[in-house]
Design a protein around this ligand. Structure first.
Ligand code: PPS
Length: 287
C-alpha cells in the first residue's frame, strides 16, 4: 500500500483507491439497489448491520453468513479485496452497497435508477477523533503523525474522501430532491429504536416491535464488537493493521474530549461556523 493521497474530482483520495477511479465512477447500480453513504468513521458499519438485519427480518443467523464487508460491499475497494466487481455484479437484487463518496462523485447509475440512499452523519469532533485513531491502522492512508497535524488536515479536507464539511452538506442539500434518508450517529445512540424504525419504513419493510427491539440489541456496540461477522476482525491485514487496536474502538458520543485541547476546540468552533454558516444542518451533541 502507498500511504499517499491524490486528488480526484476535487477530493483527496488514497492513491491505491484512485487508481481504479474509472471503474468506481462507472459502477453499474441496478434498480432496487440501496446505497449506504457516509463520510468515514460516521457509523457506516453500524448502519450496515442494521440494514442487513432489517432486510432479513432480524434473523441473527442469516446476518452471520459472512463478514459485514462481504455482505455489503464497499464500491471503492472492489479492486483491492473480495468481493470484487465480478462477484458484486452477480449478487442478487436488491443489493446493499457501501460508499464514502461525496454527493457529486456518487456513480451516476445510482441516481439514474433512483436508488434509495441512507446517509449517516456524525458530529465532526467525534468523526475526526475516530478517524485519527483509524488512520494509524489504515495502510493506504498517510500516517496521521501527531493529533495536532491530523486535525489541521481534517479541517482542510486533506484526508481520505476529502472535506467532512462538503460531504455532510452535499447530501443534506439534496435530501428532499432525491431518495435520501439522512440520519445521525448521535440519534442512533440516543433513540436507536426510533431511528431503526425510520430506516425500516424507508426500506419499505414492516417488522414487529419484538423484532425491532431485537435488532436494537443485535446492533448495539457491545453485541457488534463481540460478533466476528460485524467487528472487522478478519479484514485483510494488508489493508488494516489491527495489531495494536481494533476497529470497534469505543462507539461513544463525546470521545473528542480525550484529544481536543481547549485552544483546538476554540479554533475548531470558529472554523466550523465559517464552513457551515450557510447550511441549516445541526448536530445534537450533549455538552
Ligand atoms: S468506516 O471505516 O468509515 O467504515 O468506519 P465507520 O463504521 O463509519 O465508523 C466506525 C466508528 O463507529 C463506531 N461503531 C459503533 N458505535 C456505536 N454502536 C455501534 N454498534 C457501532 N459500530 C461501530 C466504531 O466504534 C467507530 O467509532 P469510534 O469512535 O472510533 O469508536
Amino acid at each position: 500500500m502507498q500511504r499517499r493521497l491524490t486528488v480526484v474530482g476535487g477530493m483527496a483520495l488514497a492513491e491505491d483507491v484512485a487508481r481504479n477511479w474509472e471503474q468506481i465512477q462507472n459502477f453499474q447500480a441496478r434498480e432496487g439497489d440501496v446505497l449506504i453513504d457516509t463520510y468515514p468513521k460516521s457509523g457506516t458499519t453500524w448502519i450496515q448491520e442494521i440494514v442487513d438485519l432489517i432486510m432479513h427480518d432480524g434473523n441473527e443467523q442469516v446476518c452471520r453468513r459472512a463478514p459485514i464487508y462481504e455482505r455489503i460491499p464497499f464500491i471503492e475497494l472492489l479492486h483491492l479485496m473480495k468481493p470484487g466487481i465480478e462477484e458484486v455484479n452477480m449478487m442478487p437484487s436488491p443489493r446493499i452497497l457501501k460508499s464514502h463518496l461525496p454527493m457529486h462523485l456518487v456513480p451516476p447509475s445510482f441516481w439514474k435508477h433512483n436508488c434509495k440512499v441512507i446517509y449517516v452523519a456524525r458530529n465532526p469532533r467525534d468523526t475526526a477523533t475516530s478517524y485519527y485513531h483509524f488512520d494509524q491502522m489504515l495502510l493506504f492512508h498517510p500516517e496521521p503523525k501527531s493529533w495536532e497535524s491530523f486535525l489541521e488536515r481534517f479541517m482542510k479536507g486533506v484526508v481520505g474522501w476529502g472535506s467532512w464539511y462538503d460531504h455532510v452538506k452535499g447530501f443534506w442539500e439534496q435530501k428532499e430532491k432525491l431518495n435520501i434518508l439522512y440520519i445521525f450517529f448521535e440519534d442512533l445512540k440516543k433513540t436507536p429504536l426510533q431511528e431503526i424504525q425510520k430506516v425500516m419504513r424507508f426500506l419499505g419493510k414492516n417488522l414487529s416491535d419484538e423484532t425491532l427491539n431485537n435488532i436494537v440489541r443485535l446492533s448495539s456496540f457491545t453485541h457488534m464488537r463481540a460478533n466476528p461477522m460485524a467487528n472487522y476482525s478478519d479484514f485483510p491485514r494488508e489493508i488494516l493493521d489491527q495489531s495494536k487496536a481494533g476497529f470497534m474502538r469505543k462507539g461513544k458520543v463525546g470521545d473528542w474530549k480525550t484529544l481536543f485541547t481547549i485552544r483546538q476546540n476554540e479554533l475548531f468552533e470558529e472554523h466550523y461556523r465559517r464552513q457551515m454558516g450557510d447550511c441549516s444542518l445541526t448536530f445534537h451533541v450533549p455538552k
